[in-house]
Design a protein around this ligand. Sequence first.
Ligand SMILES: [Zn+2]
Length: 317
Amino acid sequence: MAEKLVFNGENVGYGQRKFVHIDIAKLYDSTAMTLDFEVLRGAEDGPVLFVLGALHGDEINGVEIIRKLLALDNLKLLKGTLIAVPIVNAYGFNTKSRYLPDRRDLNRCFPGSSSGSLASRLAHVLQTEVIDKSTHGIDLHTGAINRTNLPQIRAVMNDENTFKMAKSFGASVALDEPLREGSLRHYCYENGITSILYEGGEALRFEKKAIAVGLNGVLRTMIALDMLPHDFQHEVGHDSEVLEGGYWVRAPKSGMLISEKRLGDRVDEGERLGFMTDSLNRETGEITAPHNGIIVGCTTTPLLNQGDAAYHIAKYS
Ligand SMILES: [Zn+2]
């Protein structure tokens, strides 16, 4: 007998595609806040994959990745189930904010609770309606405001299935990043759901490159999981290069950063990345790479105070 797959009380049968609309909690002026997503169930059983966008409300490249994914022809070739949630944090999306109105970070609220804070309640609905029904997941993020990230995967590489998924996504790089308490990745790991996080571009922007790599990565992952046929339309590309995590190189003094490097550049220890200066060339100072690696994140504003993040350099593993 066919296994039921029920969302908000409604069954999605084999070969069906349905929109799901769940009321979360109204704002204090009575504006309704909802969780809207689409479920596509193939004719045959297979993995159940969630793809999430805008869990941080101002990180919108994932919203466009999912919109484009859902507009593709031939998704009826799907085996298994795709649960596509373009806007997880509708509150933050509306206010162009990373956070919820209670100033909590949703990605520190898992597992959620039906009687907890607003963020915790949203986490609970997402968990029970989407995450707990899935075997695999991709969470789409971007850098912060004024910071951009090279398209990259973040995942725990000591788990074999996660490692495979991170490589098959085919972002230029994949960083080994430990799990943080309260994060969605941590919740998935604890509950046997294989998940990876994609980072690409900057908050509040639609960036063509980050969107293209992200969309292709979702397709490559679905093909690797046998959810789509191997000849499904996509860029073949290369597996992600796995790197150790890195850390941010910070401005040694306040001023304007005159950068000489770009995202994706490979740098050697001690190599000059740029220099800091004031507007009259009185106070200058070099900024150099503390170790060999690849620039996977950088500031998009040249105006930095001492200690502001300038370049994120990931180490080779
Ligand atoms: Zn994020």
